[in-house]
Ligand binder design. Structure first.
Ligand SMILES: Cc1ncc(C[n+]2csc(CCOP(=O)(O)OP(=O)(O)O)c2C)c(N)n1
Ligand SMILES: [Mg+2]
Length: 339
């Protein structure tokens, strides 16, 4: 490997490749009848945003995701074995298989929850950011959501509060051009989402290219700025390569559109740049690809071989019984004491 190894681009390439292959193995898990439930929202084609934004995060930062959140959590350090097992509804999954694809979370990695309600995870980050400001922490809380959530009122309530109270929140819209079968052109009159965010007083960044290294540099700058209590909005444009969920064959869009837009592949673009900039040669890239393939094969098989829960387990972890009014009071008092 030459002296240019371990550059940001190489790291971003590996992260994006890990997301893509993870999702491909999830698709395989589905075809093999090993997934719990049928709703699997894959983020193939959308890897650039999750890779770049999570790379700009530091210890203590938190986030929420929408229903298409596998890639975001994987990029932020999620264990693919436990994620895949969760998707398979198995005992060794992050939530012991009770959450499934749309509810994978782990607070210890800053994941405050994935949410299947469009826009549902957004207000949580405002609360988290309020605590960072109050405790003088230099952390940010990031809400990841799709273009569909741009039409949800809760987003604007959250933006307004974050701007008014100057909270370290990043609103990150992964704009994949579709909300289920509705194309963005049929959903909004003005597609420049930054215009809306600006009107609330947020700093804005619009990423509408495939250059992961540049995107990361720009994203890093705006996220770091947000740490100084300057809330921000990032829109990352991409194309949802396949259907809304696994069973959707996208009959509402024509093949030419798909063929054309699948050329907008951030992974192919990064690979080309790595080769032309002499960061790695073909053989070295192949070696990364083989490592990633192997990693995700192991995760898929881990999920298949993980046992199901015992029946009695169904009733545990469903409600947090420690949450009484008194316990919440005492938690708040502890926070105030330690401030
Ligand atoms: C409040 C609400 N309305 C409708 C739905 C049904 N629904 C699930 S996903 C989805 C599309 C969301 O599109 P977008 O936010 O762009 O995310 P994407 O699926 O493209 O990643 C809809 C309408 C829902 N889950 N929640
Ligand atoms: Mg969308």
């Amino acid at each position: 490997m030459n002296s240019k190894s371990n550059t940001n681009l190489q790291e971003l390439y590996t992260t994006m490749k890990r997301i893509r292959v993870f999702e491909e193995r999830v698709a395989e898990l589905f075809v093999r009848g090993e997934t719990a439930g049928s709703m699997l929202h894959l983020s193939i084609g959308e890897e650039l945003g999750p890779a770049c934004v999570t790379k700009a995060m530091i210890d203590g930062d938190t986030f929420t995701t929408h229903h298409r959140g596998h890639g975001i959590f994987l990029a932020r350090g999620g264990d693919p074995d436990k994620m895949m097992a969760e998707i398979a509804g198995k005992k060794d999954g992050y939530c012991k298989g009770k959450g499934g694809s749309m509810h994978i979370a782990d607070m210890s990695l800053g994941h405050l929850g994935a949410n299947a309600i469009v826009g549902g995870g957004i207000p949580t980050v405002v609360g988290a950011a309020l605590s960072y400001k109050y405790l003088n922490k230099k952390n940010v809380s990031i809400a990841f959501f799709g273009d569909g959530a741009m039409q949800q009122g809760i987003l604007y309530e959250s933006m307004n509060m974050a701007a008014l109270w100057k909270l370290p929140v990043v609103f990150c819209c992964i704009n994949n051009q579709y909300g289920m079968g509705t194309k963005i052109d049929d959903a909004v009159a003005v597609k420049d989402f930054s215009l809306r965010a600006k009107s609330f007083g947020l700093e804005c960044l619009h990423v509408n290219h495939l250059d992961a290294e540049k995107a990361y540099t720009d994203i890093r700058e705006i996220v770091d700025n947000t740490r100084n209590n300057k809330p921000s909005f990032i829109e990352v444009e991409c194309y949802r390569f396949y259907g809304h969920a696994r069973k959707d064959k996208s009959p509402y869009r024509n093949e030419d559109e798909e063929i054309e837009n699948r050329k907008l592949d951030p992974i192919a673009f990064a690979k080309e740049n790595i080769l032309t900039q002499n960061i790695l040669n073909e053989e070295e890239i192949k070696s990364i690809e083989m490592t990633v393939d192997k990693e995700m094969d192991v995760s898929m098989n881990y999920a298949i071989n993980s046992p199901l829960n015992e029946e009695a387990e169904i009733f545990t972890d469903v409600y947090d019984k420690s949450y009484t009014i008194e316990s919440v009071d005492s938690r708040i008092n502890n926070i105030l004491k330690n401030k």
